[in-house]
Design a protein around this ligand. Sequence first.
Ligand code: BEZ
Length: 396
Amino acid sequence: MTTFRRTFISAAAVAALGLATFGATTAQAQAPTLPKLKVGLMLPYTGTFAALGTAIENGFRQYVAEQGGKLGGREIEYVKVDDESNPAKATDNVNKLIKRDNVDVLVGSVHSGVAMAMAKVAKDTNTLLIVPNAGADAVTGAMCAPNIFRSSFSNWQPGYAMGEVMAKKGYKKVVSITWKYAAGDESVKGFKESFEKGGGTVVKELSLPFPNVEFQALLTEIAAAKPDAVFTFFAGGGAVKFVKDYSAAGLKKSIPLYGSGFLTDGTLDAQGADADGIMTTLHYADSLGTPRDNAFRLAYAKTYKMQPDVYAVQGYDAAQILSAGLTAVKGDTTKRAEFTAAIAKAKIDSPRGAFSLSKAHNPVQDIYLRQVVGKENKVIGIASKSLADPGIGCKI
Ligand code: BEZ
């Protein structure tokens, strides 16, 4: 069924591309327009990650708009699905986009469990997939494929960078706390790997099911354990509540809180003074001050009447990755080998700083150490230069 659809779409696209050539060689007539490229945005628009989904879509649309609405000569048409950050619905949702809506490219998602379901279907059906957030290590590890790309990070990356930072600071005993699912588990795993290499110990690993925010009992456990510091992964609405509860429990004054940068990205307006001083590691920050980032931020703020965050950058860069492939094949997505080779060679001119993709198609990028000052995640330095995910299990 899927194979038939793909062949049918290809034939239409190829016919249009052929006509374009024919038209040009006969009477220099106006080239017929290529069919629109259907982009399936599978993102959360409700729930704890709703704002993240919207920021990704905004960023993606911003890049497309800057290119005059076309990538690789093809106008972009969007089909949207609210995946609710629900892995149980993910396979049905992605199948609908592929089979019912005939999308050419999938862009999604935020939640690691949802993205893994998307990657499985994308791999089985050979559909192009660009992951604009979810860090599930397997997506660019054991599940990697020539048609799957990521514009964001692997869960291992910010965690690993923070483990090095905290070991160098001399912390010995750390408690971790997170949601019990791939993103939380893998962030803590990455953290533990470098922190323990640096001489520290994770004395307790606390967790609660996603997307629960009943932190009180766990905060009591942290207070009782009296660690030197806490490492955490939370994001979106859950991160807002965690930072506020941590402070309200009186822990902010006695046990320093660290995390991967999602803890304080896109959340500072709601967290207010409770977030002040928190240090995190991430591949983006609010105060990079480069001409590239300044231009991006200005345009984003003008269009969307709010400041961009890491999610907006990742959406913007997902469109840039797609553009690199489409431009090389002049919009003909059937030329898969050339499409993939062009992306592999591309240097993505990201607001975060230019990056290229690893062999497994994950960004090789600087991870910044940031600190919350007022309403900004200010850069303190680079925690890890050109950090590449190990891509364990990837065979491409
Ligand atoms: C994840 O599930 O991979 C994820 C969600 C929000 C922020 C970062 C990662």
